[in-house]
Design a protein around this ligand. Structure first.
Ligand code: ADP
Ligand code: MG
Length: 698
């Protein structure tokens, strides 16, 4: 068997393979493109394509695809084979530089939010050479961006790359001010921790809700849920362990640095974390990870649920986006430094993040908004829908000392003067323990915890990168050319703390009193649903930063607004239709059959003697009959709301009707059905229960 070292990256056309298979000049030119964003010329592309094809064919590939991330939320690929007819009647395997650099999938069925009129339905894909090509099955996959013919982005990679560039430009300006002239590039890095559930495939197949929507739409609370906390970091069951082992192997072959895995809080819930890497590669890898997780599960008779809230009353699944920014020399700009000057620089970057998160809390909320994640944010385990920052006591004390010009206890009880005092060494552990904060500083990185488990991490990082780029731009504009840099720097840090401390909250984010304080006293946004937050993507201030840093054009933003709301509406509509279907065809017949059998048994029992009262049966028949009527009524009501929705005149109006009418009617139907489940004999219930799903994998 191959060792991990041999396996790792064996299906990736990575630097090792490039170096070995390209001639030195071609390699150097490609490297320049990758490292410095230089344009790739066609002769180089031809040489790279030929080497890539030979390598892929040697590894069993017969096809290639431009692999991209349209706005559907999943990845897309269209396979073309390498074969080309040869004059002797056979075939040769061919792949040109042109085919490598650019593809033209017929893109008319991908969401474009009105960007692409049907007469110009074609879009094109363009190779992102900063993300390595890899082999999946028998196909060479080339990571690409996806644009319309007018050049508008139709995917998530394009704006992500643009946001990374914006951050790079502004961060370099700041580093120059601190005398750093050698740094060439600043890049953001991400390590996304991925949560998921595993359920038995046979049970899954019996639940239409899981099949159609990825989450359970019915299900009474089982006698045991997660109250014992005995699953968290618990011993991993053999079937799950075998799955994880297989999964790691598949991910390693693709060069994905899967590192840790453990059980999560809820039964049947687990987590996988990779080692962090450059944001756009981390994004590609996370998409691949989600895909491979599902594939490997199928091999083990399991289904991997990536939905944010597969089970009501049980913790949902999120994704922790660990984010930092570093120079090409490897300096982490969010790491407190060793010298006073480095410390001042660290504090400035820290302030840039604080300001960014406060000024653009709405964009961060929007970046994680989906119908699925709405069930999680604000429920009792996830961060609330209110964005705030956790800094930890020590760092908080430092900021307070700067704000008030008071002595900082840790630093020899003297007033902190930026640029001349050394910051105290922080104990990392003390900053890492707040699990309820949506946005926590954890020693040398920020952990953004509002992402849903099925979200692409692209959106969150687009907003984060751009918002921080904007803070840095404002700082650089002010500091470039000032006579007394240190005083100006000190004043600006102080002003940021004063202006933006409302976003800092070190307490318990799950507490109701916090939501009250956040919204009423501090004026922070609390957008509970996708329908509430999405319109704000078009607020003037948001359009202004996203367009001024060239991350989105105005038309792209409008199209994204449409697509995100369309996705929200469609998702909920499918759920509602599934509920109606299950209620009518499965739940009502089951409850009614049980009630009828009970009623018949009353007749039979009564014949047995005058002292038999059948109190239990009669009572149950009565209650169940009432419930049956209630379920039927709630089903009608839900169907009625679905009809009314058709009258909506805009996607905004439709999303509000979904929020105010459809979701409410769904929840009423569910309550009645779940109550019926608790009173219906097990053998009548038409699909696996919560208990069976959550404890069914051994
Ligand atoms: P935990 O959050 O569970 O305490 P760690 O802090 O070790 O675990 O790391 C969680 C994730 O954060 C991992 O994916 C790790 O690679 C990533 N990470 C660590 N350092 C950085 C960094 N500087 N930038 C981005 N991600 C990082
Ligand atoms: Mg973590």
């Amino acid at each position: 068997m191959a060792t991990v070292k041999e396996q790792f990256g064996s299906l990736v056309f990575d630097d090792r393979v490039m170096k070995a298979s390209l001639d030195a000049k071609v390699y150097a030119s490609l490297k320049k493109t990758i490292d410095e964003g230089k344009e790739l010329d066609l002769t180089v592309a031809n040489a790279v394509a030929a080497a890539m094809k030979d390598w892929a064919v040697a590894h069993g590939a017969t096809h290639y695809t431009h692999w991209f991330q349209p706005l559907t939320g999943v990845t897309a690929e269209k396979h073309d084979s390498f074969i080309s007819p040869a004059p002797d009647g056979g075939v040769i395997m061919e792949f040109s530089g042109k085919e490598l650099i650019k593809g033209e999938p017929d893109a008319s069925s991908f969401p474009s939010g009105g960007l692409r009129a049907t007469f110009e339905a074609r879009g094109y894909t363009a190779w992102d050479p900063t993300s390595y090509a890899f082999i999946k099955g028998k196909t060479l996959c080339i990571p690409t961006a996806f644009c319309s013919y007018g050049g508008e982005a139709l995917d998530k990679k394009t704006p992500l790359l643009r946001s990374m560039e914006a951050l790079n430009v502004q961060a370099l300006r700041i580093l120059k001010l601190f005398g750093n002239d050698t740094v060439k590039r600043v890049t953001s890095s991400v390590g996304p921790e991925q949560e998921y559930f595993l359920v038995d495939k046979e049970m899954y197949n019996k639940r239409k809700d899981l099949i159609y929507t990825g989450r359970t739409l019915f299900g009474a609370k089982p006698p045991k849920g997660q109250e014992m906390d005995d699953h968290y970091f618990g011993v991993i069951k053999p079937r799950v362990a075998a799955y994880m082992e297989d999964l790691n192997e598949e991910l390693w072959k693709l060069g994905i640095l899967a590192k840790t895995e453990h059980n999560e809080v809820a039964p049947a819930q687990h987590e996988l974390a990779p080692i962090y890497t450059t944001t756009n590669i981390a994004t590609d890898h996370n998409q691949l990870t989600m895909e491979i997780m599902q594939k490997v599960a199928a091999k083990h008779g399991l289904v991997c649920l990536l939905h944010e809230k597969p089970f009501a009353g049980v913790n949902g699944s999120g994704k922790h986006n660990n984010w930092s920014i570093a120079t090409d020399a490897g300096q982490n700009l969010l790491s407190p430094g060793e010298t006073p000057y480095e410390n001042a620089q660290f504090l400035l970057f820290l302030c840039a993040v604080i300001k960014a998160v406060d000024d653009y809390q709405d964009l961060l909320r929007i970046s994680v908004a989906t119908a699925g994640n709405d069930h999680r944010l604000g429920a009792n385990e996830a961060p609330p829908a209110v964005v705030s920052i956790f800094l930890g006591d020590e760092l908080n004390a430092v900021l307070e000392a700067i704000e008030n010009d008071t002595p900082y206890q840790g630093a020899k009880k003297t007033t902190m003067k930026l640029g001349s005092d050394v910051l105290p060494k922080f104990n990392r552990d003390t900053t890492d323990r707040n699990r309820t904060s949506p946005f926590a500083f954890t020693g040398n990185k920020f952990e953004f915890r509002m992402l849903g488990s099925s979200n692409s991490i692209a959106c969150a990082n687009i907003m984060l990168n751009t918002a921080v780029a904007e803070s840095l731009k404002i700082y650089a504009d002010r500091l470039e050319g000032v006579a007394d840099f240190e005083t100006a720097l000190h004043d600006m840090i102080k002003k940021t703390i004063k202006d933006h401390k409302r976003i800092i909250f070190n307490g318990n984010g799950y507490d109701d009193s916090w939501i009250k304080e956040a919204t009423e006293k501090r004026g922070l946004c609390n957008y509970r649903t996708t329908a509430d937050c999405m319109p704000h993507i078009l607020d003037e201030k948001n359009v202004r930063i996203l367009t001024s840093h060239k991350v989105f054009s105005e038309v792209e933003l409008k199209s994204r607004y449409e697509i995100m709301l369309e996705n929200y509406c469609k998702t909920v509509m499918i759920e509602a239709c599934t509920m109606v279907d299950m209620a009518k065809k499965q739940i009502l017949p089951a409850v009614s059959a049980y009630t009828t059998d009970l009623a018949e048994s009353v007749g039979k029992k009564l014949k047995l003697g005058t002292d038999i009262a059948c109190k239990y049966e009669k009572e149950a028949v009565k209650k169940l009959s009432i419930l049956c009527d209630k379920i039927a009524e709630a089903t009608d009501l839900l169907e009625g709301t679905l009809v009314k929705i058709k009258a909506a005149e805009s996607i905004g109006e439709e999303s509000e009707m979904i929020r105010d009418a459809v979701l409410v009617a769904m929840s009423e139907l569910r309550v009645a059905c779940d109550e019926a489940e608790t009173m219906t004999a097990e053998k009548y219930w038409p699909f696996p229960t919560y208990g069976e799903l959550l404890f069914g994998v051994r």
